[in-house]
Ligand binder design. Structure first.
Ligand code: GLA
Length: 543
């Protein structure tokens, strides 16, 4: 049995323990939110009976028992404010009021969610449904929060930004203001989802539990592919119990007014990626119409376990072959014996790939458990690689167990960049693609000021000691980087040049010392541009 010793409190508001096999355990305060929302299936056509009926269905179908607890009312329940500016609900649609609906949801042992906008108008109202004009929070932050949480007793809120754009607001300032108003309520432990359809900046982690990273989901695979591809390099931002939100599930959904629907294979890929990346799992279908195959995908206990893992980690790409991505993350303990992996074929042709055991973080043999079939993979124990056949849009999901090896390659696209943001027109650090970079991805736009850095906070050494960090860089003009380890500046590397910012690469070596366990390595440059970075290799120094 593994023995674990208490470590100091870590940033995740939990106590971490170090185990005798070198692994580290902790538990985040919130695992990703699980529940359902009305938007995808019903859009603005909601009312009290529908909400209650769908909540009943969530319980009757056994979905609540596997974790889907939140019943989230989306856009469509509001009415213009009264002349004193007080928020109004539509009493024709919700005759007993919003508190009665929350009470009903709570009486089923579930949690209640509600929706608004950070600006003046809701998104639905801007699409020519005028009932939501002026119902957003702008100028009413404190009163609306008191109403939603202390008077109406809601547990979750999704806050959109259509009205914020309309009113020309700065998202950071406005969401921080709302975050303070939520914290000032008597009711505590409110789940706050920012809906800005882009990664809005690292400030969001201090404000919200989760944040939408992409435009709205639809039940066709090109949209699922877009969402996955956008999220592949946001994995460092899901941490400390705060999550990238890939949007609602389109499993069992049909697009209103059309026959667009995902195939079974596509539904599995969709669910598996949302689960391994620790996205909130918010069902978007009509619970009264969902068929048993889709239900089984949403209730897949192994994928849900992957999603609800207490480490709350994202899952970076560990192997890539064209349109096929293998993503993986630790489960239960950092550098423990168990990992989750999902391989996805986002392309249009069937493919066979060989998954590298080393890229997964193990020294063979490994044990594989199939999360789709809910059974161990029998007969062979892969030592170096194992083949996977993947249909177009298809995937495979496994729990992998075995002997862990220290990771040696830290990809730039796995790093956390302090000034990263994907809002339109914002300059600064970016994750970009090029065939000449390892795994096809790299970062640029760093340096020029002290806090414009990238860092890996998961650089693991089992024993600690002397290492060499090898940074693969590119530079169109002369550049450099400063490397620091656990807060100490180690070296300024200057005078680097390769002749191109992203096609011609070279490497620079720096000797570093790592402590036992997790280390943070930061690359930045206080003055002048930092080089483009593809990856950093960390190898124990040979004596
Ligand atoms: C935006 C959001 C959707 C939904 C609608 C409601 O489009 O991204 O998820 O909440 O607004 O109008």
């Amino acid at each position: 049995m593994r023995k674990c010793l208490l470590l100091a409190a870590v940033a995740v508001l939990a106590l971490a323990t170090a185990c005798d096999d070198g692994s580290i355990k902790y538990e985040v305060e919130h695992t990703p939110t699980m529940g359902m929302s009305f938007w995808n299936a019903f859009q603005l056509n909601i009312n009290e009976d529908l909400v209650k009926d769908q909540a009943d269905a969530v319980v009757e179908l056994g979905l609540a028992d596997v974790g889907y607890k939140f019943i989230n009312i989306d856009d469509g329940f509001q009415q213009p404010r009264d002349s004193a500016g007080n928020f109004q609900y539509n009493a024709e649609l919700f005759p007993n009021g919003m508190r009665a609906v929350a009470d009903y949801i709570h009486s089923l042992g579930l949690k209640a969610g509600i929706y608004t906008d950070a600006g003046d108008n809701t998104c639905g109202s801007e699409n020519k449904y005028p009932y939501g004009l002026g119902t957003g929070m702008y100028g009413h932050e404190k009163e609306d929060c008191k109403l939603f949480f202390d008077e109406w007793d809601y547990d979750f809120i999704k806050i959109d930004f259509c009205g914020g754009q309309h009113a020309g607001l700065n998202e950071k300032d406005q969401y921080i203001k709302i975050g303070k108003a939520i914290k000032a309520c008597d009711k505590k432990d409110i789940i706050f989802n920012v809906c800005r359809w882009r990664y809005p900046g690292t400030w969001v982690e201090d404000v919200a539990t989760s944040w939408r990273t992409t435009y709205d989901i639809r039940p066709w695979f090109s949209r699922i592919k877009y969402i996955i591809e956008e999220n592949l390099w946001l994995q460092a931002y899901t941490r400390n119990g705060h999550y990238n939100d890939c949007d609602m599930l389109e499993i069992g959904s049909q697009w209103p007014g059309s026959d667009a629907k995902l195939s079974h294979i596509e539904e599995l890929t969709h669910m598996a990626y949302w689960c391994i990346t620790s996205s909130p799992l918010i069902m978007g279908c009509d619970m009264r119409k969902v068929d048993s195959a889709s239900l089984a995908v949403m209730m897949n206990k192994d994928l849900i376990a992957m999603n609800q893992d207490k480490l709350g980690l994202g899952a970076p790409v560990v192997q890539r072959e064209g349109n096929v991505y293998v993503v993986a993350k630790d489960m239960e303990a950092i550098m423990g014996p168990k990992r989750a992996m999902v391989a996805m074929n986002l392309g249009e042709y069937p493919v066979q790939i060989n998954v590298s055991v080393e890229a997964l973080g193990f020294k063979g043999p490994i044990h594989l458990y199939d999360c789709y079939k809910h059974e161990d993979v029998e007969d062979y124990a892969p030592m170096t690689s194992f083949p996977l056949y993947l249909e177009p849009h298809g995937s495979a999901a496994f729990f992998v167990t075995g002997k862990r090896i220290e990771k040696t390659r830290y990809q730039a696209e796995e790093s956390y960049m302090n000034h990263f943001c994907t809002l339109e027109g914002v300059f600064g650090p970016k994750y970009l693609t090029t065939e000449s970079a390892d795994l096809g991805m790299f970062v640029m736009g760093l340096g020029e000021k002290p806090d414009n850095w990238m860092e890996w906070n998961n650089v693991y050494s089992r024993k600690g000691g002397d290492y060499v960090a090898t940074v693969r860089y590119a530079a169109m003009d002369t550049c450099g980087f400063t490397i620091s380890v656990n807060g100490d500046t180690i070296k300024n590397v200057e005078g680097l040049y390769t002749g191109s910012a992203c096609t011609s690469w070279d490497t620079a070596n720096v000797k570093i010392k790592l402590k036992k366990g997790l280390n943070t390595i930061r690359l930045g440059r206080a003055k002048g541009p930092m080089c483009t970075v593809d990856y950093m290799d960390i190898k124990r120094e040979e004596k």
